[in-house]
Design a protein. Structure first.
Length: 373
């Protein structure tokens, strides 16, 4: 049985390159009273200094912390770990946690974790995606973006970017890193942190998983203005030297006036994920689906469940879409948008398919085949 959005704990991912400060951030978060009902999943207890917080062991791979937070290790399979926590939630010594944090290793690609959360038949109906939080080291971050494609991807898919160790780097160095991160991911919220110190709501409020979200919260999540600004300077930046792996990353924004159909939205998303997903690092959109505001979020081939909002954030009823891509041009994405106009139609009597609907689908799908070889 699928739980309602209010009943499903959000799962947020803390990622970042080796030595960026993920463990320091996590330790600081676990001391915050607001995190008392969180479950935390890490790779090894030994990597996190929890000895002074440990008070009980409710399960084979879990410990209970003094603040009530549950912490467990991944032993082989994330699905198995999450399913075990959900099965015991509120019983057998396991607190009724209201959110889950997953800390990745420094070289990890967060996308497989997101795919698991979105598609696994056991846990997807009982959890919802939270924020992706990426920690970037102010001292070494620029070199890591230059040399390590994993670091660039971790930054590109983040909802929230934390620039750590700013007390050890000069102000010009921090400013250059922040400017570079804004090119990679214009829409992310960016905060500077020292020794992991930051209010939890600044991190977890970066995701949009609440149908009751309104006004500024929705606009801040989409952050369309930042993508418009980034798009104006894209040509100049691609010609710049010394941009490292992130020179392949580009950001675009697009609009489509008038309502689209629900069938068209799902056709577009599925075709986009299947045929363009490898180079489509992120899509966020606020779409007018037959007059209703629907928030859409995809990472590569992972499509999160669209969230129908209770109200529009403003008087603007146009569909607004922002993209972060790798080795893709704006024209490639614009060519896919006619798929949004597809309709769900019954076939004519006596025919296996509706010829007119099929012809429209073929025309729309042609936009996805362009430059896809």
């Amino acid at each position: 049985m699928t739980a309602t959005a209010a009943e499903r704990p959000p799962v947020s991912i803390i990622t970042g390159y080796l030595g960026s400060g993920k463990t320091t951030l996590l330790n600081r978060l676990l001391r915050d009273p607001g995190m008392a009902r969180a479950a935390v999943i890490i790779n090894e207890f030994g990597e996190v200094g929890l000895d002074h917080l440990l008070v009980a062991t409710p399960g084979e791979n879990a410990v209970l912390l003094q603040n009530g937070c549950l912490c467990c290790t991944i032993r082989g399979d994330l699905v198995e770990t999450l399913a075990g926590l959900l099965a015991k939630r509120g019983a057998n010594g396991v607190p009724a946690f209201d959110r889950v944090l997953v800390e990745t290793t420094g070289l990890a690609d967060p996308v497989p974790v997101l795919r698991t959360l979105a598609s696994d038949e056991i846990i997807a109906p009982r959890l919802k995606p939270g924020a992706v939080i990426t920690v970037v080291d102010a001292v070494n971050g620029a070199a890591q973006l230059e040399d390590c494609p994993e670091s660039v991807k971790q930054a590109a898919i983040a909802d929230c970017l934390l620039v750590s160790k700013t007390d050890l780097a000069g102000a010009p160095q921090v400013a250059r890193l922040r400017e570079r991160l804004s090119r990679i991911n214009p829409g992310a919220q960016v905060h500077e942190v020292v020794h992991g110190g930051i209010a939890p709501h600044l991190l977890f409020g970066a995701a949009l998983d609440d149908p009751a979200a309104k006004g500024k919260q929705v606009e801040r999540w989409l952050n369309e203005a930042a993508f418009v600004k980034a798009g104006r300077g894209a040509l100049h930046r691609r010609r710049a030297r010394g941009a490292g792996h992130d020179e392949r990353i580009a950001s675009f924004s697009g609009r489509r006036e008038g309502a689209v159909t629900g069938a068209g939205l799902m056709a577009w998303l599925n075709l986009l994920a299947a045929l363009k997903g490898a180079n489509l690092l992120r899509v966020k959109a606020l779409v007018n689906v037959e007059g209703r505001p629907v928030a859409v979020h995809a990472v590569q081939s992972v499509i999160h469940e669209p969230v129908e909002l209770e109200s529009w954030p403003s008087a603007d009823r146009g569909s607004r879409i922002v993209f972060i891509t790798r080795d893709m041009a704006r024209a490639e994405l614009e060519a896919t948008l006619p798929a949004l106009e597809l309709e769900a139609r019954r076939p004519q009597r006596g025919a296996e398919i509706d010829p007119e609907a099929y012809a429209r689908f073929v025309r729309a799908a042609a936009g996805f085949r362009a430059n896809n070889g």
